[in-house]
Design a protein around this ligand. Structure first.
Ligand code: ZN
Length: 181
């Protein structure tokens, strides 16, 4: 197991458009090891997703998983998913606004409008084509991670910065309010 260093906001790698992985390289030891290390790093830091640019690798790879996550206690479980060269082929016009955080922007949360449903075409870690047609939390995570592959972070998507909140204040003022709703 290898933990990778997470790039933080301000590092130029987070603003680059990541290069697609040539399908013939997906099964290579280098790419498979990067995927394994990304999974370990996501689990170690309790992310629900991690994109390769966040570990200083400007390549179109992201991993997603939710199991009893302390950072997102309300999140439904999502089995481990590896997406390579993803393309969003459908964005629903209906938007939802949920709280997002990011391992590259530590200790902050903000409410971000996103499409409620998306369809994503990608390759999996064995190079097979897969189509993910989903909504709700997984749709949000997919949009967040695919944004990373295109040099964007959740702050760019916020339309109202007044909800930008430090984690302690989020827990104190906002999470409680959500529970009471
Ligand atoms: Zn992120």
């Amino acid at each position: 197991m290898a933990l990778l260093k997470v790039a933080r906001l301000g590092h130029p790698v987070l603003r680059q458009i990541a290069a697609p992985v040539p399908p013939g390289e997906i099964k290579s030891e280098t790419v498979q090891k990067l995927i394994d290390d990304m999974i370990d790093t996501m689990r170690e830091y309790e992310g629900v997703g991690l994109a390769a640019p966040q570990v200083h690798e400007s390549r179109q790879i992201a991993v997603i998983e939710v199991t009893n996550n302390k950072r997102y206690p309300a999140a439904p479980p999502i089995p481990l998913m590896v997406i390579i060269n993803p393309i969003v082929t459908f964005h629903s016009p209906d938007l939802i606004k949920e709280w997002e955080g990011c391992l590259s922007i530590p200790e902050l949360r903000g409410r971000v409008p996103r499409s409620e449903k998306v369809v994503v075409r990608a390759l999996d870690r064995s190079g097979r084509e897969t189509t993910i047609d989903t909504g709700g939390f997984l749709a949000i995570v997919l949009q967040h991670e695919i944004d990373h592959l295109n040099g964007r972070v959740f702050l760019d998507r916020m339309t109202d910065l007044s909800t930008l909140t430090h984690l302690k204040e989020f827990e104190r003022y906002w999470q409680r309010e959500e529970r009471e709703e």
